[in-house]
Design a protein. Structure first.
Length: 357
């Protein structure tokens, strides 16, 4: 098969981690007889420097003309002072919206080799951590009106949180379908004791559950969910939640698995064209030091093979290679315990390529 992949390196550690994922995909192509064409696209701070905007139209077009998009990370201190519309993150949000990828799937699964890297007590970890957060990605407060105005003698800032029934319904369906393929338990997370948008969310989820009677639906308030994720993460199978709650809870969920550097994500909409990115940021403090963990990006590439290209076997081969890398005791700095020997970003990529056979 031939696939055209738009690749966005971005900023900070983005270029380093993407280089490793591209190596891995190239090796998979060789092994299974696929041609992956990598088409590099500018987005984020590097695009601001080059074109004066974080996501030029040409970049959007390249992504929309590809079979899927692989992204490193964007952002950095250098662009923090820019006006909101010109921040690197704005490029990412614009791309998600342009691609229509409303459903962001973020797995929180502990690798058995990394159990001791989890900050949770071993008796909690031993009960198992294996759940998925289905995060709504192109609605809610991220995409409502944002404004800052001067009122009297002070500044006033507003961010609007809006959801329509249909936006909730389409992400709800993904939540139910995802649960159906797993342990059939869906937890809908909201703040219905305070927010109208959450009350609508809850009622849509309950209406949908009539169609998915094989899936057990529970409701949880987001503050309680934040607590339950550290108290007993084994209770969760699939969590479905709105954009901002999903952003926050997925960072928390990643941390209990040992490191945010290990977690991939897929974002899909109505077509098979997806956006695949690790859930961590551009980590400018560790950029260009060859210490970043590329595994979240490598596993994102593996998700791309599975969910966009129907290459299940190839995806499993990558997961197996990561598993063997960890089995043989290799660790990047973020997942190493005191005294454990570490490998750099580049060596990590090379080793995982070697395990692909
Ligand atoms: C994420 C990130 C982004 C988000 C930022 C970089 C805009 O935190 O993918 O979780 O908030 O969605
Ligand atoms: Mg985030």
């Amino acid at each position: 098969m031939t696939k055209n992949i738009a690749v966005i390196k971005g900023d900070g550690i983005g270029p380093e981690i993407i280089t490793q994922a591209v190596k891995v995909l190239t090796r998979i192509g060789e092994l299974y007889g696929h041609t992956f064409n990598f088409n590099y696209v500018d987005m984020g701070g590097c695009a601001i420097d080059k074109y004066g905007e974080p996501l030029p139209q040409e970049s959007i077009d390249k992504c929309l003309n590809s079979d899927s998009v692989l992204l490193g990370a964007v952002g950095g201190d250098k662009w923090n002072g820019m006006p909101a519309s010109l921040r690197p993150e704005k490029g990412l949000l614009k791309l998600r919206a342009a691609m229509g990828v409303y459903s962001n799937n973020r797995p929180a699964k502990i690798w058995r080799q990394l159990a001791s890297a989890s900050p949770l007590k071993s008796e909690i970890v031993e009960k198992g951590i294996d759940f998925i957060i289905v995060r709504e990605l192109i609605g809610g407060i991220y995409f409502g009106e944002h404004k800052t105005e001067t009122v009297g003698n002070q500044q006033k800032a507003t961010d609007v949180l809006v959801y329509t029934e249909s936006e909730i319904e389409r992400i709800g369906r993904i939540g139910f379908e995802t649960a159906r393929k797993r342990n059939k338990r869906l937890c809908s997370v909201e703040k219905s004791n305070v927010l109208d948008s959450s009350r609508l969310w809850k009622s849509v989820m309950h209406k949908l559950s009539e169609e998915y009677s094989d899936v057990e639906l529970t409701d949880m308030l987001v503050d309680n969910c934040a607590m339950q994720i550290v108290k007993d993460p084994s209770q969760f199978d699939v969590i479905v939640t709105e954009n901002m709650f999903g952003d926050i809870l997925s960072d928390e969920a990643s941390m209990i698995t040992g490191s945010i550097g290990m977690i991939p994500s897929s974002s899909l909409g109505a077509t098979s064209r997806g956006l695949y990115e690790p859930i961590h940021g551009s980590a400018p403090d560790i950029a260009n030091k060859d210490i970043a963990n590329p595994i979240g990006t490598i596993l994102s590439a593996s998700m791309m093979l599975k969910y966009s290209f129907d290459m299940e076997r190839e995806a499993e081969t990558i997961e197996k290679a990561v598993d063997e890398f960890l089995n043989d005791g290799y660790r990047t700095k973020d997942i190493a315990l005191d005294g454990e020997k570490t490998v750099g970003c580049n060596e990590c990529g090379d080793l995982i390529v070697k395990y692909i056979k």
